[in-house]
Design a protein around this ligand. Structure first.
Ligand SMILES: NC(=O)c1ccc[n+]([C@@H]2O[C@H](COP(=O)([O-])OP(=O)(O)OC[C@H]3O[C@@H](n4cnc5c(N)ncnc54)[C@H](O)[C@@H]3O)[C@@H](O)[C@H]2O)c1
Length: 434
């Protein structure tokens, strides 16, 4: 590990001061005795300035590109890398080579070569890195793991896992937003469900995934589904058509801001969301475009089937058309019983025992920390583990290091290969697949 730190608190630079960067930085606001934000890099002046002001960062430590920060002599203990998907590998490699500890947003990178380069560079430099598979740090995911490992339900034979993306959330991110074109970001499976593949792999630990298949479709959000008479922008759409569209940008964004709510998703549309600025964004920007008339190409529903050593299977469903948003549902079937959990704001793990016919419930309510409540408090737990790990120079509190994350990213890449080539992909013990 790198040299001993002089301060009692950690110092960090935020690389990418958008939504995720600001959430992780909130930890420093809540726990200034544990973490201090001393630098920021972002080409968007408004967001860079916001973070600068919030943490009183000196001008000299504010950069308009990550590379300017990486070229300077090492100036903090850690970096928090929350740049867009295709801008992860280069900064991680540069900062790891400088000896920084790194909190890295998922996906760690968008292809296998880049993921492997990240692993290699982090190993060579012996730096602590946590990939933000944030759900892995939640009480419910860990309680489920503990119960599976205890043998409570015997041998696991199947995991059935659903990620309910949310109909409006899906339209916001994957039809109109930053993740709507694979070549500019990543596949929707990688962007949305690398968490879920990683969780299945975690719960199945000790059993290697040997084969994988996947089917997906870009349902509904295509030109064939465009209602007759619809305009290419919601603000220009005839009232009789717009009023019948659940994906209308007017409903998703204008109704929200009219209620005075400036949080996600309207905060993505304008620096200062108001009825006027959101209206302008809908008239001119990407979030006002008809969901049936865009250039989106990522899957809106997808299934992944996995088989593990010993024969156990798992099925993942990425569902774009759902009421609940980001709410995972999981069922784990064993030879002696079953476990199920819906990961809402108050997750309960239900156990049924085949022999006794008895049921039992395990509570797994997370701690909800102001400004870090996303993903059922997962953002807080992930950040807290990273800070503890670096502070104590103890990697064991990080369960999503680069090597482990590479393992589950490879499963996503293999699933995408299977989907695109319409066949079963076999995985080898060294992680290669064909
Ligand atoms: N862990 C999770 O559950 C989770 C959830 C959402 C998003 N993400 C991931 O987090 C990352 C960031 O997503 P976001 O929603 O915060 O996006 P965002 O667009 O709000 O933030 C990204 C920021 O990076 C900045 N940036 C772009 N180029 C840069 C450069 N050269 N140097 C420095 N900064 C640069 C952008 O200006 C922007 O402010 C993405 O990879 C995304 O997939 C993870």
């Amino acid at each position: 590990m790198s040299e001993k730190r002089g301060n009692s608190f950690l110092t960090a630079i935020v690389i990418g001061a958008g939504i995720r960067g600001s959430i992780y930085a909130q930890y420093a606001h809540l726990y200034p005795n544990k973490l201090k934000i001393v630098g920021v890099a972002d080409p968007r002046e408004f967001y860079r300035g916001k973070l600068q002001q919030r943490f009183d960062i000196k001008d000299d430590n504010c950069f308009s590109d990550w590379s300017e920060a990486s070229e300077r002599d090492k100036m903090s203990d850690c970096v928090i890398i929350t740049t867009p998907d295709r801008l992860h590998k280069d900064p991680v490699v540069a900062f790891a080579n400088k000896g920084y500890f790194i909190l890295l947003e998922k996906p760690m990178a968008v292809n296998e070569d880049d993921c492997r380069e990240i692993v290699k560079t982090c190993q060579e430099n012996n730096v602590i890195v946590a990939v933000c598979h944030v759900l892995r740090y939640t009480p419910w995911a860990n309680k489920l793991k503990e119960l599976i490992d205890s043998g409570l339900i015997g041998e696991v034979v199947n995991i059935n896992h659903i990620e309910n993306a949310g109909f409006w959330f899906f339209a916001h991110c994957f039809v109109r937003g930053n993740w709507h074109i694979e070549a500019e970001s990543s596949s929707s499976l990688l962007a949305k469900c690398c968490h879920d593949v990683d969780l299945i792999n975690f719960w199945m630990a000790g059993r290697r995934c040997t084969s994988i298949s996947s089917f997906g479709h870009l349902s509904h959000f295509n030109k064939e589904s465009k209602p007759p008479g619809a305009a290419s922008r919601c603000m220009e759409c005839p009232a009789d058509v717009e009023s019948k569209c659940p994906y209308s940008a007017k409903k998703i964004y204008l109704d929200q801001i009219k209620q005075g709510d400036k949080e996600f998703p309207v905060c993505v549309l304008a620096e200062d969301p108001t009825i006027e600025s959101v209206t302008t964004a809908l008239k001119t920007g990407p979030y006002g475009v008809c969901v049936y008339d865009n250039d989106n190409d990522v899957m809106s529903n997808q299934v992944v089937n996995m088989q593990f050593e010993g024969g156990a299977t798992a099925t993942l469903t990425m569902a774009g058309f759902t009421k609940s948003v980001g709410e995972r549902e999981v069922k784990v079937y064993g030879t002696k019983g079953q476990l199920s959990c819906t990961a809402n704001s108050d997750p309960v793990i239900k156990h049924y025992d085949f022999l006794t016919g008895k049921s039992h419930e395990y509570q797994a309510k997370p701690k909800m920390v102001e400004g870090m409540k996303g993903y059922g408090g997962a953002d807080f737990y992930c950040m807290d583990s990273f800070v503890s790990s670096v502070t104590e120079n103890n990697e064991t509190t990080i369960s999503t290091g680069p090597e482990e994350s590479l393992g589950s990213h490879l499963l996503v890449f293999a699933a995408e290969k299977a989907r695109k080539e319409k066949r079963v992909v076999m995985l080898q013990p060294d992680g290669t697949y064909n």
